[in-house]
Design a protein around this ligand. Structure first.
Ligand code: MN
Length: 212
């Protein structure tokens, strides 16, 4: 956004009808969804609505709220917009077989005044998410071919909190992967491997001393 500052300072938006970059961006608010997908390998499908489809990236480790952590993201095929609603089980033998959870969803808008096609071409997407779990500024940056990085911007929503294990349930149904698999006739044992291991409360020091 730094590059816009000199331009913005020179203009008086309150006196002109021409929309500022900020106002233009707010008009292009679209849906985003992150689907946690326990397929052959657990991953998170990060999807942004662009021109009526869902541009998609498979993120093996899922998004991190920590700006110093860059998460590998592989660009995968576009999905139809309606797929953003999907939570359930993809049957064995079909592409992506396994359990799918709507891990987060909301709206987003691009930052920096670039349109989505130009930003995708440039391999530089900067955007603001308004989800239940993911908020604030994020970037997708292409390294080479289909390989991108998903990175949190430094803002008030940045944190070192482990969002994958702290907020593991569906925002659509509050279910864990194993509950979705159980309800929808999927592989419960496999799906459970994608849920966080329940943490046991640490034993009080006195108790540990007693067994030492
Ligand atoms: Mn997937």
């Amino acid at each position: 956004m730094e590059t816009l500052e000199p331009h913005r300072r020179k203009r008086h938006f309150e006196r002109t009808a021409e929309p500022s970059a900020k106002r233009r961006a707010s008009k292009t608010r679209h849906v985003f969804v992150v689907q946690k997908h326990c397929a052959r390998h657990l991953h998170y499908d990060f999807r942004l609505e662009v021109d009526g489809v869902l541009k998609s990236w498979a993120v093996p480790k899922g998004p991190s709220l920590d700006p110093s952590v860059k998460r590998f993201a592989v660009a995968v095929e576009d999905h139809p917009l309606a797929y953003a609603e999907f939570e359930g089980v993809i049957p064995e033998g079909e592409y992506g077989a396994g359990t799918v959870m709507v891990w987060d969803r909301g709206t987003y808008n691009l930052e920096g005044g670039m349109d989505a096609d130009a930003a995708l071409q440039a391999g530089q997407l900067s955007f603001t998410l308004r989800g239940r779990k993911l908020k604030g500024g994020w970037a997708l940056v292409r390294m080479r071919d289909e390989n991108w990085l998903l990175v949190k911007h430094r803002d008030r929503f940045a944190s070192t909190k482990d969002i994958e294990s702290d907020a593991p349930t569906s925002v659509a149904s509050q279910r864990l992967l194993r509950q979705i698999a159980a309800d929808e006739g999927g592989d419960v044992v496999k799906a459970a491997t994608g849920d966080p291991v329940r943490r046991r409360r640490a034993a009080p020091t006195g108790m540990l001393d007693a067994v030492r």
